[in-house]
Write a protein that binds this ligand. Structure first.
Ligand SMILES: C[S@@+](CC[C@H](N)C(=O)[O-])C[C@H]1O[C@@H](n2cnc3c(N)ncnc32)[C@H](O)[C@@H]1O
Length: 249
């Protein structure tokens, strides 16, 4: 086992230990499976309000981790295609294994950065984002990319935790695991404490893009935004290759 690696004994491969999610992918996958809430039904209702997705609907899960939602949606709707994108190559491998173990042919995963997506503008029907904004470097840039890739009338579902304390627990465990495996402190890019957004910050973030409509929902654990790009909105060609600089609406 590599000294900078908290991967399970016997399953380690060399990798640059720059992300806790990369180093502790097995731990995060366990949390996702058994600890965090499953929002699949809320996502389906929010993204496909008119009785289910049309044939060939393209869904993107950003910061997909182990591919939980991409696989759930692909399983539920065999006639759509889901793609999961994540910065962690190990979590992408886990997501691929998850899809393969369920024989999902309509589900693919690729390594990528949510700040600069490879998808063309106006090409995606629906985007799922769960627990991503609390750790990305530039939230506005990520939301701008989501807006750019969505088709006119495309929708996104965003779920962000509201409790700093509860969100801190898995992150702290990952830091601890990385220490136990003799990883020097401060080596990973993730913050020590999750940067949970207040409802005000969340509102400001969502309004940073010119959505046709949006709706906020809250419960005791999460805040949600369901946003729809205007049916008439097409991203201008000069803005298609870089994050758009939209002013608040
Ligand atoms: C807290 S986890 C959430 C995973 C999953 N969406 C869920 O609901 O459990 C955050 C994920 O975002 C990924 N991530 C962090 N920064 C990213 C970026 N800039 N682009 C894509 N993925 C990123 C991490 O590797 C990690 O898998």
């Amino acid at each position: 086992m590599e000294s900078n690696d908290c991967e399970m004994p016997g399953r380690s491969v060399p990798h640059p230990p720059d992300s806790l999610f990369e180093s502790c992918s097995w731990f995060y996958a366990l949390c996702r499976e058994y600890l965090f809430r499953d929002h699949t039904q809320e996502i389906a209702h929010a993204l496909f309000p008119a009785g289910g997705p049309a044939e060939g609907t393209r869904v993107l899960e950003l910061g997909c981790g182990p591919g939980f939602y991409a696989c759930r949606l692909s399983q539920e709707y065999p006639h759509i295609h889901t793609t999961g994108v994540d910065l962690s190559r190990r979590l992408i491998e886990r997501a691929k294994s998850r899809a393969a173990s369920r024989s999902l042919a309509n589900c693919t995963f690729s390594h990528g950065d949510a700040h600069a997506l490879s998808d063309p503008s106006n090409s995606i029907d629906a985007v799922v984002v769960s627990r991503l904004f609390l750790i990305v470097a530039n939230r506005e840039a990520v939301l701008s990319e989501i807006f750019r890739v969505l088709k006119p009338a495309g929708r996104c579902f965003i779920a962000e935790p509201t409790s700093g304390f509860r969100t801190r627990i898995p992150l702290s465990c990952m830091w601890l695991l990385s220490k136990l495996s003799s990883s020097p402190a401060g080596k990973y890019r993730e913050p020590r404490q999750a940067d949970v957004m207040t409802s005000t910050d969340f509102g400001v973030l969502i309004r940073s893009q010119p959505w046709g409509s949006f709706d906020f929902r809250y419960d005791s654990w999460y805040q949600y935004a369901i946003c729809e790009k205007s049916p008439a909105a097409l991203v201008a060609p000069e803005l298609q290759e870089r994050p758009a600089d939209w002013s608040t609406v």
